[in-house]
Design a protein around this ligand. Structure first.
Ligand code: ADP
Ligand code: ZN
Length: 524
């Protein structure tokens, strides 16, 4: 990066004088430098990491007027108010103001008296506005909440699509897009739509080192959750469940064993919901059991753990949800249970949603990443950060780092599973396949004559639990797929062939025996 000494000096002066900050936060300076060097940039940082500074500071250093695109009037007004408090000439032109006010603001902009001008995409992307602004040669254009341009996200705004024309409207003016949400597909989508595929992408700030990450095999979700919660008396925690019914059941079960557990889901009356939320926020030691409906805008600093009784649909959702733990920086835990039934349920959700095939494909990929995370055989934090495009070192604060799994060559075992699925016509679920391998002469097996298959009982040296784990690992590695159908069929993918050919190796993680209660108290 070429650094001009005058610009360097101006940068630090503005940081101190205009913002009153002693230094940059992690990740801010490279973004600021790229913008000051005239590059197009996508900056991805979680909420609270300090994205605003990344465009506000270059705007003030460069002088002239910077245009900031923002989707909501409330967001614009907040930003303008904060900048004005700091003595900066910021304005917003939007439909919430009178015509006279907007005209007056525009006059000030035209006179060169405004450094940061906030606007909605609809206002900005009219031929008249673009022509008028072109004459002023804006110093930069910032697109806040840039994920709104992506149809794969959940906040898509059609008006944001028109922003794709920005780079032609202001050739030579750097554009900086900012967002807190960005898995790979959303990120690529933003860069494609806004920058025609060419931009420098910076990702930073996603690491939350004080949150210990653990994923455990789901056996009996109710009992597993109860054990975890009871081992942490007096702590505030959140337990996420996939359905309203499971929320109700889990909250009742926890209450029955003396835990102060309160339910929260969209099927409850607004009063009950907000009463439970208020109690959780106001007191310490309450466990809220909730669906994904809970959490937006929740700011409670002393949440000590977030439990997932069922897997979320994406790592992005997972990250958001566990991020509600440990905001005070003190040690906190994210504990997730994971089983093949969850994968099936999630696949069904995806298949049943009413949407374009493309969307379904993206969601299926997101789920695959989620499963891959659950089956990770190296540091989970590294895997999670990599998903957001940020690199990291093994953390020493996840179950894999703390208790590394034993990896062995599992190609033979994998071939047995694949054979069993193939020879029975890809018509059965994991439990059935496992029962064949261990030689369970159940009525179902006998009635189909499957006990005479050569592989019947061929895997009797391993326990059922190990086989279940191997099936999950094969799903995660892309050799098998779970069908969404009601019976939870497991089928083969094209890659499974290469396993049979002996062309692929397959390392498997051996399931460890359940920990003793003392170890559990320490680890679970
Ligand atoms: P984001 O938009 O990423 O959610 P903000 O830009 O609103 O985050 O910044 C979050 C908070 O961090 C704000 O209160 C802001 O003043 C503060 N902040 C930003 N950069 C710095 C810095 N370099 N030093 C100290 N505080 C900062
Ligand atoms: Zn780790």
């Amino acid at each position: 990066m070429v650094r001009n000494p005058d610009i360097e000096a101006a940068k630090h002066a503005v940081l101190k004088d205009a913002f009153g900050f002693a230094g940059f936060r992690d990740g801010q300076e490279p973004v600021v430098d790229a913008v000051l060097n005239g590059h197009n940039v996508l900056a991805v940082m979680p909420t609270g990491a300090g994205k605003s500074l990344c465009y506000q500071l270059p705007a003030l250093v460069k002088g002239g007027v910077a245009i900031v695109v923002s989707p909501l009037i409330a967001l614009m007004d907040d930003q303008v108010a904060a900048l004005r408090l700091a003595g900066q000439a910021a304005e917003a032109i939007h439909s919430g103001k009178s015509r006279e006010d907007n005209v007056e603001i525009w006059r000030r902009v035209a006179r060169g008296d405004v450094r940061l001008l906030y606007m909605s995409p609809e206002r900005l992307m009219t031929p008249r506005m673009l022509a008028a602004l072109e004459k002023l040669s804006p110093s930069l254009v910032a697109v806040d909440e840039a994920h709104c341009i992506s149809q794969w996200g959940h906040s898509f705004r059609a008006e944001y699509l028109s922003l794709g024309a920005l780079r032609e409207s202001f050739p030579g003016t750097p554009i900086i897009a900012l967002t807190a949400t960005a898995d790979r597909s959303t990120r690529d989508d933003i860069v494609g739509k806004l920058f025609g595929g060419q931009a420098e992408v910076f990702v930073s700030g996603f690491d939350r080192p004080n949150i210990q990450l653990t994923v455990a095999e789901k056996r009996r979700a109710g009992a597993d959750i109860e054990a975890f919660v009871k081992a942490r008396p007096g702590q505030s925690g959140i337990v996420y469940r996939i359905s309203r019914k499971k929320v109700e059941d889990t909250a009742a079960a926890l209450s029955a064993v003396g835990v102060r557990a309160l339910a929260y889901h969209a099927g409850m009356s607004a009063e009950d919901r907000s009463a439970n939320q208020e109690a959780f926020l106001a007191e310490t030691g309450i466990v809220i059991v909730a669906t994904v409906a809970f959490g937006m805008g929740i700011d409670k600093s002393d949440v000590r753990y977030v439990v997932h009784g069922d897997i979320p649909g994406s790592l992005e959702a997972y990250y958001q949800e566990i991020g509600r733990a440990g905001r005070d920086g003190a040690p906190a835990e994210a504990f997730m249970l994971y089983g093949l039934e969850d994968v099936r349920t999630r696949r069904r959700f995806i298949d049943e949603q009413d949407c374009e095939p493309d969307r379904r494909r993206v969601d299926a990929n997101r789920l695959d990443s989620m499963i891959g995370y659950c089956e990770a055989t190296s540091c989970r934090r590294v895997a999670l950060l990599a998903y957001f495009g940020e690199s990291g070192k093994p953390c020493g604060n996840c179950d894999v780092c703390l208790d590394p799994p034993d990896l062995v060559d599992g190609a033979d075992a994998a071939r047995l599973v694949v054979d069993a699925i193939r020879l029975t016509g890809e018509r059965y679920g994991a439990a059935y396949i496992v029962s064949l391998l261990v030689g369970d002469a159940s009525e179902a097996v006998l009635s189909r004559g499957h006990d005479s298959l050569p592989l019947f009982a061929a895997g009797a040296t391993r326990k059922k639990q190990e086989w279940r784990s191997i099936v999950r690992q094969l799903v995660a590695a892309g050799f098998l797929r779970t069908e969404p159908g009601a019976f939870g069929t497991v089928g083969l993918t094209e890659r499974a062939e290469s396993l049979l050919d002996g062309g692929e190796t397959f390392m498997i993680r051996l399931e460890k025996p359940r920990k003793s209660s003392r170890e559990r108290r320490n680890a679970v």
